[in-house]
Write a protein that binds this ligand. Sequence first.
Ligand code: ZN
Length: 181
Amino acid sequence: MIIRKKFRFEGAHIVRNCTSPRCRENIHGHSYEVEVFLKSDHLDNGFMVMDFVLLHNVAEFIHSFDHAFTLWDQEAQEVKDAIYCINARVVEIPVSPSAEGYALLLYAVINQIISNALLTNGERNVKLHAVRVHETKTGYAEASTDDLALFLFRFDQVKFNSGITAEWKDKSWWNQILVQE
Ligand SMILES: [Zn+2]
């Protein structure tokens, strides 16, 4: 059975090297919707694949991008310096922040968060099935496990600045991700 939880965030970016000049040459933002699909061949004691309350670290991760600038680590240094100068909240990532890049990044990290989740109510074989990132009302990109081969990166290449981490209730979920490289 497949279950889905939807998250939202308001994010800013530039998508370098894309076809549209508006997207590649301008800082702009989107109201993102992220759909997280989980799958299991088993139901827990509450007849659930997994209670959504167990996705609190997924929520913390996705909401880290809210009202933040998502910065590709291949940006020119002067752009990076300007972004860090004017934004309190910056996430620097190894993939370009296209919807596809987000889907890939979110799939990889959420997959690890789900693997780390403490499951004590009879949940079994819970897998991340897919992550779908809607950048607009009409378009989305979806990543699943086979897509991880599209671009290889390490989790320590994802850098949340202090404006973001200072708002985390608990930092252990991200430290757990980093030690599992
Ligand atoms: Zn855009």
